[in-house]
Design a protein around this ligand. Structure first.
Ligand SMILES: *Cc1c(COP(=O)(O)O)cnc(C)c1O
Length: 219
């Protein structure tokens, strides 16, 4: 199937309570425009430089989501335009986003990334780190970032029960955190291989790449 057929099929399948982020990392402007021409406007990238180049050359009504791990020295490049940063997992990064957003006279929406997978390698805060962050004075002093939700990635495994358990855990953390931060609305969980399970467990934002654009060639 073509990109436009894939994206239409997935959008038909998703309820209108679930936001689709079309993950276009490594894909060409031409591929992105094929998805764009179906009416889709939300795209996700995992490298700041690649996202910035695409923002410069593609239609300006695209909403760019940063879904990858962010280095603090790269924040300034995306601060003028990024519409949601999914992978925020430290106070130092939040402070930098706040500073760069202020320079651009805007508020940048961010999701806190929570570590739910068994793998050691995945980024994210554990429950204790989240708790410590939420009560830190520097967190309360942030002015130009808006924490609008949480994001997480399940273990990369065929074991559906494990994936489901990890998503359930993130939903429980989301519900508990919302009591402290009532502005939390977004629960970003689910990718091509596991988004149906994620939605059953309460996701309202899915990040789907290969099921739309086909497999990626990494360099
Ligand atoms: C690449 C990526 C995705 C999309 O992965 P697919 O399996 O291609 O759907 C989702 N989330 C993050 C954080 C990613 O890096």
């Amino acid at each position: 199937m073509s990109i436009s057929e894939n994206i239409r099929a997935i959008k038909t399948e998703l309820s209108d309570k679930v936001t689709l982020v079309a993950v276009s990392k490594t894909k060409s402007n031409e591929d992105i425009l094929e998805a764009y021409n179906t009416g889709h406007r939300i795209f996700g990238e995992n490298k700041v430089q690649e996202m910035t180049q695409k923002w410069e050359t593609l239609p300006k009504d695209i909403q760019w989501h940063m879904i990858g791990h962010v280095q603090r020295n790269k924040v300034k490049y995306m601060a003028p335009f990024v519409s949601l940063i999914h992978g925020v997992d430290s106070l130092r990064l939040l402070v930098e986003i706040d500073k760069q957003a202020q320079k651009c006279d805007r508020t940048v929406p961010c999701l806190l990334q929570i570590h739910i997978a068994e793998e050691e390698t995945k980024f994210g805060l554990d429950s204790q780190e989240l708790e410590a962050l939420l009560v830190a004075p520097e967190f309360k002093a942030l002015k130009n970032v808006a924490i609008t939700g949480l994001m997480g990635m399940a273990t990369f495994t065929d074991n559906e029960a494990q994936v489901r358990k990890e998503f359930k855990n993130l939903k429980a953390i989301f519900d508990a955190t919302k009591k402290q931060l009532p502005a939390l609305e977004v629960l970003s969980m689910g990718m091509s291989g596991d988004y149906q399970i994620a939605i059953e467990e309460g996701s309202n934002m899915v990040r789907i790449g290969s099921s739309i654009f086909g497999s990626r060639n990494y360099n």
